[in-house]
Design a protein around this ligand. Structure first.
Ligand code: ADP
Ligand code: MG
Length: 281
């Protein structure tokens, strides 16, 4: 069920001398089953925006609808919303606090008023989805690798069976291999488990490879909202914002500037490899 922001505005410290308008007239719909990346320069409002999606922050004006119903209504079931929209924080390892992996993953569903059997079944399924088998159950989450800790934290959110999984820079600080494994996992949660993914990232290379759609925030406004291929056609505007186009696309532009007729509309490593082979065959 879609999440729709309507003319949503947000200020920190409204009505005070410290008021800071951060989100300005945001109109957006996040659709289930879609992998949406949110990008933008530091301070553009990405983290502020996604904290609205499960009511950690509340709009100063405008509205946010889930399945057509305003989540700001007095009688709205906010707890149910939080289980439908699962938020994974930046550095998700800080979301871990139980001494054992399985009990940690059970923590969210425990607060949903489910039976013990349902809690355990949900946690088991969530661990399966993130690729952790029963041998992890009694390990301490704190002794796992960075990538595995993040898997446990994601499983803890998935255990509530959300429709949307919202992740703020989930791969930050991981080595390239850990990062690829985590992003492959997130893609799989979208494609195979049907989760709507809303991923904040500052890596254009990552979003080019993984996202179906990119939303570019600039100074609290939506600057672009389109398929990655379309967004990365705006090379100069992105560069003015301090963002770049994917490295492979930069290479293709470089070839073209040297008189080689490369297709500068390509954005993934695989299709660029094919293009270069074609050009130099
Ligand atoms: P991003 O995630 O895109 O880097 P943020 O949403 O974190 O951006 O921040 C947007 C703006 O809001 C920034 O100018 C930031 O300084 C400001 N800001 C963030 N959190 C707070 C806060 N708790 N109080 C006041 N201003 C804040
Ligand atoms: Mg942020």
């Amino acid at each position: 069920m879609p999440l729709t922001l309507k003319k949503l505005c947000f200020s920190y410290n409204p009505g005070t001398a410290l008021e800071k308008k951060v989100l300005k007239d945001i109109d957006l719909t996040f659709r289930e089953g879609e992998f949406t990346a949110v990008i933008g320069p530091t301070g553009s409002g990405k983290s502020t925006l996604i904290q609205h999606l499960d009511l950690l922050l509340k709009a100063t004006s405008g509205d946010l609808l889930y399945n057509g119903e305003s989540i700001y209504g007095d009688k709205y079931d906010k707890k149910a919303l939080r289980s439908k929209v699962g938020l994974v924080f930046q550095y998700p390892e800080y979301q871990l606090f139980e001494p054992e992996v399985f009990t940690d993953v059970c923590f969210g569903p425990k607060n949903q008023g489910l039976s013990e059997e349902e809690i355990q079944a949900g946690a088991r399924e969530a661990m399966r989805l993130v690729g952790l088998d029963e041998s992890y159950d009694t390990l301490s989450p704190f002794e796992l690798s960075g990538g595995q800790k993040r898997r446990v934290a994601i499983a803890g959110v998935l255990a509530m069976n959300p429709e949307f999984l919202v992740l703020d820079e989930p791969a930050a600080g991981l080595d390239p291999r850990g990062k690829k494994e985590l992003l492959d996992l997130i893609r799989k949660l979208c494609t195979e488990a049907g989760k709507g993914i809303i991923l904040v990232s500052h890596s254009m290379d990552d979003v080019a490879e993984y996202a179906d759609r990119i939303i570019v925030l600039k100074d609290g406004r939506v600057q672009f909202d389109d398929a990655p291929r379309e967004v990365f056609k705006h090379r100069e505007e992105l560069e003015e914002m301090g963002l770049s186009i994917p490295k492979v696309t930069q290479v293709l532009h470089g070839l073209k500037e040297r008189g080689i007729p490369a297709d500068t509309g390509l954005i993934s490593i695989e299709e660029t490899k094919e293009e270069i082979l074609r050009l130099f065959r």
